[in-house]
Write a protein that binds this ligand. Sequence first.
Ligand code: TRP
Length: 453
Amino acid sequence: MSSKDQSIHGIWGRWIFILAATGSAVGLGNIWKFPYITGENGGGAFVLVYLLCISLVGIPIMIAEVALGRKGRKSPINSVKEAANEADVAHWWQGIGWMGALAGFFILSFYSVIAGWALAYIPKVAMGTFTGADSAVAESTFGNLLADPLTLLGWHSLFMVLTLTVIARGVNKGLEAAIRILMPLLFILLLVLLGYSLSSDGVAEAANFMFSFDFSKLTGESVLVALGHAFFTLSLGMGAIMAYGAYMPRDASIAKTVMTIGALDTIVALVAGMCIFPIVFANGMEPGAGPGLMFQTLPLAFGQMPMGEVFGTLFFLLVAFAAWSSAISLAEPAVAWAVEKGFNRVKASVAVGVFAWTLGIGTVLSFNLWSGDEYKIFGKTFFDTLDFLTANIMLPLGGMLIAIFVGWKMKKRKVEKELDMASMLPFNIWYAITRLVAPGAVLVVFLKGLGLF
Ligand code: TRP
């Protein structure tokens, strides 16, 4: 590595980048959010649109984002700023970095509350709350948790402290070792669960629900949700992957690495769906149950399984760890920026954490004291509003601007050099998608989702 090829924050080993980026991508988005939005949006056709969004929009933009980060070797705000100066574009292009940091705060604030639910479930499952329970018990247990703001606040606080502790120590210290053990374990546990749910009564119905393409169920808004989720699940559009790309060694191939991460992330989401929906159908539950879906179905399955307390406890522990390794990437862009400004990393982490924690109180209250109509904004709770605003507006918008910037504003030669692909054909395919298909798709989906045509 040449002396120039450094980042003040550190450089990762080749497969540490894959692990860290997969750790960022695989999280609550895959296990919690994907199944419930699939349920809310009617299943099959939504899954198909989501897969198209991942391959035609998400993966190409992820390549662009990593390239931008590795080229700049700084926080997203400063990497974008430098690239914008170099490309001699209007000042406002730097806004990509700022909007990203803001989106990171918003997402971290609610992400921590939901991750807190997973933490709360660890002792519940371990103590046998669900052993032999039926769906009524599963539903009321979850309902009671949501109705209790102080308990939610406690778990939210714990998760935020966990996240900040790792950030304060630097991303590579401590986290690497954890990810190395936890990611494979998560995969194994998902497979155990899959084995259980595939042998239950609801499999055929679940497969039919997820993979039969009934386009009459697709609305403009559900296409927007699918696109937004492609960004959310791949950690795109706000700089998280750009920040991680900044620590990526020069000799690793960006395109190949990104495709691996995209594939792993998609597999985890589909497997999570195939774990959850059979249980939904076998127990006469509602696929459109909303954010509580995972917390009501999986405990049921564990409650009926031999050694269910052990597997269930481990499972929620791992969900919490998956969320943890994702949450870190949400805060890293803002912390890295503050460090470049001269703040010490610990202070920067505390500041970011306190801010996101405070905002998280709004999400805590969305499920109880503020759940009434008088607190809703356009029919959405505070949590729903933040979720919609970030996933469906800010991330796609950020991703679209990144694609336009890398595709149209940066010199092609520089982009080519950063990607360093073995042959021109794959580069040219990617380049065309990044210039035309990805931004075009986001624009069309935006206009349609917002009901403009
Ligand atoms: N991708 C993570 C998940 O699916 C969440 C996440 C982490 C994220 N970093 C992000 C979402 C950056 C958007 C932007 O759970």
